[in-house]
Design a protein around this ligand. Sequence first.
Ligand SMILES: [Zn+2]
Length: 479
Amino acid sequence: MLHLLFRSWRVLGCLLALTLPPISRQEKRGKLLLVSFDGFRWDYINRVPTPNFDAIMKEGVQVERVVNTYITKTLPNHYTLVTGLHAESHGMVANEMFDQHHNRSFSMEGQSAYEPRWWEEAVPLWVTNQRAGGRSGAAMWPGSDVEIHGVYPTHYVPYNASVPFQTRVEKLLSWFSGPEPIDFGVLYWEEPDESGHNLGPESPLLDVVIADIDEKLGFLLEELKRAGLYDDINLIVTSDHGMTQLSSEKIIELDSYVSRDLYTWVDKSPVVGIIPKEGAFDEVYSSLLNANPNLYVYKREDIPEHYHYSHNERIMPILLEAREGWTIVPNKTRKIMLGNHGYNNSLASMHPVFVARGPAFQSGYTKDTMCSVDLYPLMCYILGVRPLPNNGSLASVQDLLLEPPPVTPPPTPTPRVLLGSWPKESSYAWVVELLLGTSLVVFFLFLFVKQVTQKQQLPTLPHINREISKPLLYEELQL
Ligand SMILES: [Zn+2]
């Protein structure tokens, strides 16, 4: 009889444990600063002395090459870093887009960039962090000055390219050290992308720009030390994409193959969206297919699966992709840049840099490669935030961490719990179960007695439900 009673207490204890919120890392939240130097290719740190990148690698970790997401342009990849989603899933599929459903255009550099609807196919990490009780600060990160799902970062600076790097750093660090400190910060800097386009990555003049970025990183490290944040903060320095050299000899002129009257052109080389005019799809497609050996032509539904770039209506019905180093233009009257990105994301030249240091990371550890989608679950783990569904994998990058996440044991099947026997080993676990079970029985007895004695005084159940359901429903809709 006593045995049976204990068995029932064990079951009640398990039931109670199921009703409790899962163990989270909320009480162990780490501070995290994510920095992106736009267009910083993975191997730039090997061409000039970069003592500050070296210092981070020595104290922390390096991933030699990050495989970013297709298309290897600024906006798709910056949104991937903070959502863990490929472009077809987060919806920011290009720097310039056209929504055929709503007949609306988007440009990263125009007012349309402030329309929330473009961003709301996903939820960036600063929003999730704040919903989990954290505080976020953003200095010019793409999309961070847009109200997304009704939320701005706790602190942010409206985008203005003329604000110096030093000012951006000072703002962020003041938020990290303020009376109500942030725990997650994002920082963006436009270089070396701009110089990479203008000079070309092979130009020796770009060495000066890379050395300047390293100095800027040194300023950030010094300021972190001065603010007393250096030992506490987890710092990740990465980028959105690399850069490849272009040539005025490698030009694909679309006017040579198909009349411009038959289609609308969306976004810029090296990946261009084509919307054929009504009834002209077959003519446009067949004119371009096999027109030039350096031009890949895809119907949206035929885009290679490994690009993760077809399941979104913002991807145009025909996609043109240039071979590395080639430029797609209507005709040669257009000025050609010397460097560009956007190409196939398996090309080494498109891959960004990655270094990180801080209490969460290993020391002096180098990893060959990672996918940029894996950064999101890693950052969620450091922040103690439950990740939203994403394309990344924490398991793929957990070797970067000083303490890998505990392996979650598989849940014990219910029948085993019901048939559980008296514990053979000396353990506190069964004592806890016993206490929990006893408490639960007493609690339910108390509730039962209270219900019987006060039933007449309680308001009706439907009224209570309405009161409770409103804020919950509102929260749900925000996602
Ligand atoms: Zn660029």
